[in-house]
Ligand binder design. Structure first.
Ligand SMILES: [Zn+2]
Length: 468
């Protein structure tokens, strides 16, 4: 047994069980034994193996990122930020995924290690990693010290482009079935990992790339295991049009009919609902269907914002009763930047500053994520909960003056102020440095992996173009 005490923390966003919300507390001690918080309050008198000075620190619950693709996204740095297709309602998703992907296992390992470092340095302690199954994934994740929800992706079809205006599909249901079996085997192996920090999410990749049968069986497999289920849905106008063409319903309505909505279902993005100004479908039932089913939404503003697209809007989803979480779909893997963008874009979309507050943001990045993952033990600083904690340095210039430290953190300092991070009571970031991984070494390997990816692009692109 090892007990650590953070002594006299200047500010803490502690969990108020009765009010069911985070609230500021000043000058309190936080003690944790092994992986569990045992004390939050004035004057801890118990024994301690390690004492951490809490002066000049804001202590936050570890942030929960419910949507990411570390296996390839860092490979796109400098490649993808301005790549979109006007004839596809601005999205560059389809063109990109046909032309560029991780070229080999070494590239995947470099990309994932690099992303895990960015995530830890922005205060993420729990991560949903949606990637194709690759060798070494479980070991690297365990080594990172993060709490891992591995989500091996699979599908019945792949996107195919022959031009820049029509999205086509290559169906292969046997491949999808094999992918589901591989994913479940990997999830079961991760769950048995001795670290006890790993589990899984069943992840058929995209609603338009899966048969109803594969979606239902995936959902059942998740239910049997008591783990979440996730799928990309309503992430592009092309996808909405395709599902309406096939079924006469929006993607959310079709998902409801197939029976995959409900608690434990995380909808990747759910941005282009029937009410969205780029869709304007007549039904206007999508938001109520999501809310009524108890499904969660993983909101990742950055990739959409780069295409000129925004959710309309985050505040309305909250008020409709949807459980909202936040993710980092693309690089940079910086959850605090995603929180800031969530606020700014929601206010622009609503034309209303009151549509969302900084407490809504912290709630989404902690409790929203924990609820989506069906993990009441995460995302809150209270006795009996997991010791996943972030210590923010109040002395860095971007945090000062420290009038409302959460606002300083979200709107000004972000990852620059993250000093120390604990996951399961174990320190994984110290003095702003990742302890278990090597970001600079990963950056070197990432650079050569990107070179190999770009070399392969002309053979993959439908027009044989280079990245230039
Ligand atoms: Zn995604």
């Amino acid at each position: 047994m090892t007990t650590t005490v953070i002594r006299n923390a200047e500010w803490v966003t502690a969990w108020d069980e009765t009010a069911a919300q985070h609230h500021y507390r000043r000058h309190v001690d936080i003690a944790f034994t092994n992986d569990t918080i045992t004390f939050v309050g004035r004057s801890y008198y118990g024994l301690a193996d390690q004492v951490i000075e809490g002066r000049d620190r804001l202590v936050l619950p570890g942030l929960i990122d419910i949507h990411s693709h570390p296996e390839h996204e860092p490979l796109y740095r400098g490649v993808r930020e301005e790549l979109g297709v006007r004839n596809m309602h601005m999205t560059g998703l389809y063109e990109r995924s046909q032309a560029f992907s991780a070229p080999d296992e070494e590239a995947r390992a470099a990309s994932a290690e690099f992303a895990y470092c960015e995530l830890l340095l922005s205060g993420v302690t729990s991560l949903v990693d949606i990637s194709p199954a690759w060798n070494g994934w479980i070991d690297l994740f365990a080594k990172s010290g993060l709490r891992g929800f591995l989500a091996p992706g699979f599908a019945s079809a792949r996107w195919r482009l022959e031009n820049d205006f029509e999205l086509k599909f290559e169906w292969d249901e046997a491949r999808g079935r094999e992918g589901l079996a591989t994913a479940l085997a990997l999830i079961d192996r991760a769950t048995r990992h001795p670290s006890g920090r790993l589990s899984g999410v069943v992840s058929p990749m995209q609603i338009e790339n899966c048969t109803a049968g594969l979606l239902r069986d995936s959902r059942d497999a998740a239910r049997e295991r008591g783990i979440p289920f996730t799928v990309h849905i309503a992430q592009s106008v092309c996808e909405v049009q395709e599902i309406i063409r096939r079924h006469g319903k929006t993607p959310v309505q079709w998902a409801h009919e197939v029976g995959i909505l409900g608690p434990g279902t995380i909808l990747g993005h759910a941005l282009f609902l029937d009410t969205h100004s780029w869709v304007r479908w007549w039904t206007r039932t999508d938001l109520a269907l999501i809310a009524g089913s108890g499904s969660s939404v993983a909101h990742c503003p950055t990739p959409f914002a780069r295409y000129g697209q925004v959710m309309e809007n985050f505040g309305d989803y909250l008020r409709a009763g949807v459980n909202m979480g936040i993710g980092t779909d693309t690089t940079p893997h910086n959850l605090v930047e995603e929180m800031r963008k969530t606020a700014v874009l929601a206010r622009i979309a609503a034309g209303d500053i009151e549509t969302i507050t900084s407490s809504d943001l912290l709630h989404a990045a902690t409790i929203g994520g924990a609820t989506a993952l069906m993990r009441e033990d995460l995302g809150r600083i209270a006795p009996g909960r997991k010791a996943d904690l972030v210590l923010v340095d109040l002395t860095v210039p971007q945090m000062r003056p420290v009038r409302d430290p959460l606002r300083s953190f979200i709107f000004h300092a972000a990852d620059r102020a993250v000093r120390d991070v604990f996951v399961d009571g174990r320190q994984v970031v110290a003095e702003g440095k990742v302890l278990m991984l090597d970001q600079l070494d990963a950056a070197d390997r990432l650079a050569s992996a990107q070179h190999r990816m770009l070399e392969a692009a002309p053979r993959r692109d439908y027009l044989g173009r280079t990245a230039e």
